[in-house]
Design a protein around this ligand. Structure first.
Ligand code: FAQ
Length: 335
């Protein structure tokens, strides 16, 4: 009995060690594929942490696109001309489309859209801090297109080369559309900055409101970024948070100068030796507060999403009933 027990324990240990050898070999092969710039596809073997990191990032990204429709959607009925209204409707619709591609990309990793939406509506899932700020004037719509879409492009162009195929492919179209969004935003700012003194003031005040939150979009400083080292090793992220933030600053400061607007950072300097702009300290306490749900519009944004979800229940029911009817008709025809 006792000897049999020992044999069984030995067999279990050998099986465990064979399994962990297999796992180590799979892991090595996975990393070799990533290093060789091969795309990882949904049915390929992947480490569980790679899968969960992607689900986290892609779903947060999807939620950001959907919640991100709200600050600008607020201005559709008040856009100053018919043309601006048509452009803004198209832009906000594009963001909804981006959310839809991204939820689909996340679903390829074995999570359902319902689960993801539940996580957003219950307040469990994060979405970008930037969408918790208000849009009190038309110039805020310009500032969002210029700065928020501008920051999104800076962050998302490298994601077109992400190691996970469905995410990388979704990003290609998203980036093309974001580039149109950035231009429409800059165009609004250009018109305002060439307008009356009141319009120039409106443009400057919007820049004052959005500059620092736009810099926070890139995430915490590298030293506090918990996911960066894994994500960079797995080639999900190609650049660190601080690297992308710096690129954005260097790209955007000359655009502000062209508009004749002042970046609201008294410590902003061109550093000749390093060939980059040095910036003042970012208020990371504000970022933490927004992430904790205490930003200026967190409660309003979640309430709007919850109410849209409840009011859209009949659409989901009708679509399911229609799909069921088609399925039943197909089944009876096949019989
Ligand atoms: N807001 O370790 P890291 C757009 C969280 S789309 C809220 O550095 P990671 C288009 C992070 O989740 C904008 N939370 O994280 C548009 C983590 O928390 P967790 C969205 C943030 O993932 C325009 C913790 O902090 N873009 O704008 C933020 O390696 C106009 C530690 O951070 C994307 O989602 C933040 N800003 O790097 C739509 C792009 N930053 O999960 C409408 C894809 C960090 O452990 C209108 N995502 N956190 O609880 C990414 O590239 C990355 O996820 C980063 C963060 C860079 C955002």
């Amino acid at each position: 009995m006792y000897t049999q027990g020992l044999d069984a324990a030995g067999a279990d240990a050998r099986a465990d060690s064979a399994a962990s050898d297999d796992e180590a070999a799979l892991l090595q092969r996975f990393q070799r594929r990533v290093d060789a710039e091969e795309k990882i596809e949904p049915k390929d073997w992947m480490p569980e942490r790679y899968r969960s990191t992607l689900i986290r990032q892609i779903s947060q990204h999807a939620h950001s696109e959907i919640v991100g429709m709200l600050p600008e959607g607020n201005w559709i009925t008040r856009a100053p001309t018919l043309q601006r209204k048509a452009i803004l409707i198209a832009k906000v619709q594009d963001e909804g489309g981006h959310g839809a591609y991204l939820y689909s990309a996340a679903e390829t990793l074995g999570v359902s859209r319902d689960q993801l939406i539940d996580q957003l509506l219950s307040g469990k899932a994060k979405y970008s801090s930037i969408f918790n700020y208000p849009t009190p004037t038309w110039a805020d719509v310009g500032a969002i297109g210029w700065l928020v879409d501008g920051a999104a492009i800076m962050n998302q162009i490298p994601l077109c080369r992400c190691s996970y195929g469905p995410y990388a492919r979704a990003m290609v179209r998203v980036c093309r559309e974001e580039s149109f969004h950035q231009r429409q935003g800059y165009d609004i700012m250009l018109r305002l900055s060439q307008g009356s003194a009141a319009q120039r003031r409106m443009a400057q005040e919007a820049l004052n409101r959005w500059w620092w939150p736009a810099l926070m979009m890139f995430g915490p400083p590298d030293a506090d970024s918990t996911h960066s080292s894994d994500s960079q090793r797995w080639k999900i992220k190609r650049f660190s948070n601080d690297e992308l933030r710096q690129k954005f600053v260097d790209f955007t400061v000359p655009q502000a100068q062209f508009l004749g607007l002042t970046v609201p950072d008294p410590e902003l300097r061109w550093n000749e030796a390093a060939e980059r702009h040095d910036i003042g300290a970012i208020d990371w306490r504000e970022f933490e507060q927004v992430l904790k749900g205490n930003g200026p519009c967190n409660a309003e944004r979640l309430a709007a999403r919850r109410s849209a979800h409840e009011q859209g229940a009949w659409v989901r029911e009708a679509a399911s009933a229609y799909a069921e009817k088609r399925r039943a008709r197909g089944a009876s025809r096949a019989a």
